[in-house]
Design a protein around this ligand. Structure first.
Ligand code: ADP
Ligand code: ZN
Length: 611
């Protein structure tokens, strides 16, 4: 067995390398550079952790998020790996001690922020140490076009200039081809071997729906699929964040708000609860998320439309980092499209920039309204192709019904035209439905040929208008209370030269019956009791040590224990995620707990069959 595989098994408790981990580890151990694109949850950390342990000297890990360093160092400590970080949260004395251990060759991995890593003090400190490698995590922060740009990242080539013979690895989960080339250039990694893994997150089930009453539907979704799980709910405005969090609390969940309007302490406190307690829901604006490395977020829900596909993919990507099934759920309505368009139009950006934003938003809407596989569209957007539909998204599992909307669309467009392109959606729908409202009578619109012409109900009309706006046939004039205007592309449709097939609006949606990722393995009763006991034990350990529960043991490991019921240390050692150190620390207690919850033989399906 190779030394690297031995470390994977004994320290991390995993049987095999996955994806290209093996090749990446070998490249670094051989002293060569690597550039790694792997999706969130793919297992990037192991790629530099194992070579840092195996090679002589300390692995220097550049990480942009001070808040995450603690978690990573704790998790490594749990596996018996000597790791530390240096950052501004530490006292001078703490830093002095770490530097001393570093010089003594006592540390295998050291985490530092980029601004420190490029400072002369730190470079001099390194002169006095053996260095195993440099790992540059979140390497896309080097790109000044990206949304996570960190100027200090562009200085990181200094490390290479100063220590040219030390191998380097740059890692990211969010880079398109252009960003990858930028990373290569800025970090002088032209010689690095590239390891490009698919962007796909196969364990995430995507569902997007439109219509009203999204809060109620959100609750159905959470209650049905995630009664005790941690999740994130994204809303567009602070007000909606506060309201939604309060409402979820009324339903009996622990739900905490997070947005820029809350003071710093409250934000930090809520984030801490989310990380350290089980089953907390964070309701947030997009201010929340960067640097959330919690592996067991089981769902990400959007109560409004993200402004582009990049944002949607990054936000939903926070679900299921541990690779277990997770849900990305989204509900949006007409008002979202209008609000987003207003925000864009009102921004000070130049016209060209606005056009780009607009274009990206249209792509997002295209994803929402489409009737084919969501994953194919998502991956296609990032330049990756997928041969077959995925079978793990709403459209694959329940192909949406379509209807021939040509006639109805013509009525709608014609009504917009005849009312003078001066009114919003509600008004035009009232005319189409023949509601003799006072304003309509005053305007004489009850005498139009389109008055009362349609035979759709309000919801159907709303859906139709939503799609006409989404597909660009209609614009909603932001300076004029959302007045609808026809775009040039409406003409062929209005004149009957073009057909329109649209997604059918589900009338009586029963959210509880909708497919979603089955998140929990089905536990038999006896197993469920054991699982709870194990979870309780884990919580106690986490509290004693002041670390999040997932740093002690992952859910996946607890499920495997329930399934396999180990009755000896050897047996327990075979469970993924339990390395030698955890075996020493927790093994006996775990086996004792397992013994307290024997599985009644009669409920075993196999023995029932043989009777
Ligand atoms: P990333 O940084 O790419 O988002 P992580 O390094 O946090 O991902 O790994 C994600 C999860 O996968 C972690 O729980 C990690 O312990 C687990 N993992 C990593 N490598 C393996 C492996 N070879 N076998 C099983 N699980 C693994
Ligand atoms: Zn699909």
């Amino acid at each position: 067995m190779s030394r690297a595989l031995d470390i994977l098994r004994s320290r991390f408790g995993y049987e095999q390398f996955r994806f290209q981990q093996r090749q990446i580890v070998d490249t670094l151990i051989a002293g060569r550079d690597a550039l790694v694109l792997m999706p969130t949850g793919g297992g990037k950390s192991v790629c530099y952790q194992i070579p840092s342990i195996q090679r002589t000297g300390v692995g220097i890990i550049i990480s942009p998020l001070i808040a995450l360093m603690q978690d990573q160092v704790d998790a490594l400590g749990q596996n018996g790996v000597s790791a530390a970080y240096l950052n501004s949260t530490q006292t001078a004395e703490q830093q002095r001690q770490i530097k001393q251990r570093l010089r003594a060759g006592d540390i295998d991995l050291l985490y530092v922020a980029p601004e420190r890593a490029v400072g002369e003090d730190f470079l001099q400190l390194l002169e006095g140490c053996r260095i195993a490698l440099f790992a540059i995590d979140e390497a896309h922060c080097v790109s000044q076009w990206g949304h996570d740009f960190r100027p200090d990242y562009q200085q990181l080539s200094r490390l290479h200039e100063r220590f040219p013979e030390i191998p380097r690895v740059a890692l990211t989960a969010t880079a398109d081809r252009r960003t990858l080339r930028e990373i290569e250039q800025q970090l002088q990694l032209q010689q690095a071997e590239n390891f490009i893994h698919s962007f796909d997150r196969p364990n995430i089930f995507y569902r997007i729906s439109q219509g009203d009453n999204s809060r109620q539907r959100l609750w159905h979704f959470i209650d049905e699929n995630h009664p005790g799980d941690a999740g994130i709910v994204y809303c567009l405005s602070r007000k909606k964040v506060d309201e939604t969090a309060a409402w979820l609390r009324q339903q009996g969940r622990v739900a905490l708000p997070y947005h820029a309007g809350l003071d710093k302490d409250t934000r930090a406190e809520n984030q801490r609860s989310f990380l350290q307690q089980e089953g907390v829901i964070i309701v947030a604006t997009i201010a929340f998320g960067m640097g959330i490395d919690k592996p067991d977020v089981r769902f990400v829900a959007h109560l409004s439309l993200p402004k582009n596909i990049e944002a949607y993919y990054q936000e939903t990507g926070r679900a299921g980092r541990d690779g277990d099934p997770a849900n990305a759920w989204m509900a949006y309505g007409l008002q979202d499209i209008i609000s987003l368009r207003q925000m864009m139009a009102q921004s000070d950006a130049d016209e060209q920039y606005k056009r780009v934003l607009y274009h990206k938003m249209e792509a997002m809407l295209g994803l929402c309204e489409q009737t084919g596989c969501r994953r194919q569209t998502l991956l296609g957007y990032f330049g990756e192709s997928m041969d077959k539909p995925c079978g793990n998204c709403d459209n694959c599992v329940e192909p949406p019904q379509t209807w021939d909307a040509t006639e109805a669309a013509r009525m709608a467009l014609s009504c917009v035209y005849r009312t003078g392109q001066r009114f919003g959606v509600n008004y035009v729908i009232d005319v189409l439905m023949g509601h003799a409202r006072e304003r309509i009578l005053q305007n004489g619109h009850d005498r139009l040929s389109t008055f009362g012409i349609g035979n759709l109900d309000t919801n159907e009309w709303r859906s139709l208008f939503r799609q006409l706006i989404a597909l660009g046939y209609l614009d909603s004039d932001i300076d004029n209370y959302g007045a609808l205007k026809m775009t040039p592309s409406a003409r062929p449709l209005l004149q009957g030269e073009q057909q329109l097939k649209l997604r059918k609006f589900h009338k009586a949606i029963k959210p509880a019956k909708l497919a979603a990722s089955k998140v929990k393995p089905q536990l038999r009763n006896a197993d469920a009791a054991l699982f709870e006991a194990l979870r309780l034990h884990r919580t106690e350990l986490a509290q004693q040590q002041g670390v999040p529960p997932y740093v002690i043991l992952h859910d996946k490991t607890l499920y495997a224990i329930c399934d396999l019921r180990p009755d000896s240390i050897d047996h327990l050692a075979a469970i993924p995620g339990i390395g030698e150190r955890k075996l020493d620390l927790y093994g006996e207690d775990l086996i004792r707990i397992v013994a307290q919850y024997p599985r009644p033989a009669v409920t075993d399906a196999r023995s029932a069959e043989t009777v």
